[in-house]
Design a protein around this ligand. Structure first.
Ligand code: PBG
Length: 306
């Protein structure tokens, strides 16, 4: 009877698995704060994608660790950058898997900020050029969806124009539309080696206290041409997922971020919480709040359980 009257269901097709691509061969380095998640070289990522596909997972999102970081984030938009190479390999070997890319600079800059530093501060408009170039290079390498996560103003419009001008009018943009300056990204920054070397991201990511502003950020991204929107993190912001669901009739994602995953894993490893139940309850709550799909480090174990 419970099954019959259940209002919210989970399906592996609603999960997106984040993957971290690094240089080298045969590299599969576990991220200590994110058990079961790895920095992987290209051929390992291809294997992971094959597994994701066989589990019926909705898709993957790629993050890159370049050989070299510099002031100009060159690795982000290089034609043979790490994500671009991974995309080509995945697309050559696996068909029918949705592959998204995270479009941002923090993994590629020596200072770890998401944009170009001019006079000690992130220059919003200069950064748009890098983001547009990165998105086009991803599309060229085979990305099915590009997902800007930098939170610069105007980036969705800049990326849309660049994609259209370069022959990719059909490549959709998933905007990390309401992304907060959150402490819960901590483990990710270990995984992606992207901790800012000075200051923090509060001048471009949102204040966790601001819900109305979140709706305005989403509205702006939609006006600029976003095809799908996202709220991030997920569990501490279920109210905003719910509000976004009520207000906007576009596909809505939520990112259950690294810290949300690591907290559950840490408690489970201590024997303080039941891992499987916490995983499924957290994912169900995010879907119940209104997210159509969830970016989650639980994608594989949850899909297996389903
Ligand atoms: C890049 C980016 C971050 C995350 C996704 N894209 C880190 C950040 O903004 O510092 C976080 C994802 C996670 O914590 O799982 N800007």
């Amino acid at each position: 009877m419970r099954r019959l009257v259940r209002e919210t269901r989970l399906d592996p097709a609603q999960f997106i698995l984040p993957l971290f691509v690094c240089p080298g061969k045969g590299v599969r380095h576990e991220i200590s704060s994110m058990p079961g998640n790895f920095q992987m070289s290209v051929e390992e990522v291809v294997r992971e994608c094959a597994e994701a596909k066989s589990l019926g997972i909705g898709g993957v999102i790629l993050f890159g660790l370049p050989e070299m970081k510099d002031e100009l984030a060159s690795g982000a938009y290089a034609e043979d950058g790490i994500v671009q190479r991974a995309l080509r390999a995945i697309k050559q070997e696996i068909s029918g898997l949705l592959v998204m890319t995270d479009v941002c600079n923090c993994e590629y800059t020596s200072h770890g900020h998401c944009g170009k530093i001019v006079d000690g501060d992130v220059d919003n408009d200069e950064t748009l050029k890098w983001l547009a170039a990165t998105a086009v290079s991803h599309a060229r390498a085979g990305a099915d969806i590009v997902a800007p996560s930098d939170m610069m103003d105007g980036r969705v419009g800049a990326i849309r124009n660049a994609l259209d001008a370069n022959g990719f009018p059909n490549t959709p943009i998933l905007a990390y539309a309401a992304k907060f300056a959150s402490v819960f990204y901590g483990p990710f920054r270990e995984a992606a080696e992207s901790t800012p070397q000075f200051g923090d991201r509060r001048s471009y990511q949102m204040d966790p206290a601001n819900g109305r502003e979140a709706m305005r950020e989403i509205e702006l991204d939609l006006e600029e041409g976003a095809d799908m929107i996202m709220v991030k993190p997920a569990m501490p912001y279920l109210d905003l997922i719910y509000q976004a669901r009520q207000r906007f009739d576009v596909p809505l994602g939520a990112y259950q971020v690294s810290g949300e995953f690591s907290m559950i894993m840490a408690a489970a490893r201590n024997g303080w919480i039941d891992c499987e139940r916490a995983m499924m309850e957290s994912l169900t709550s995010i879907r119940r709040a209104g997210a159509d799909f969830v970016l989650t480090y639980f994608a594989k174990p949850a899909a297996r359980l389903l």
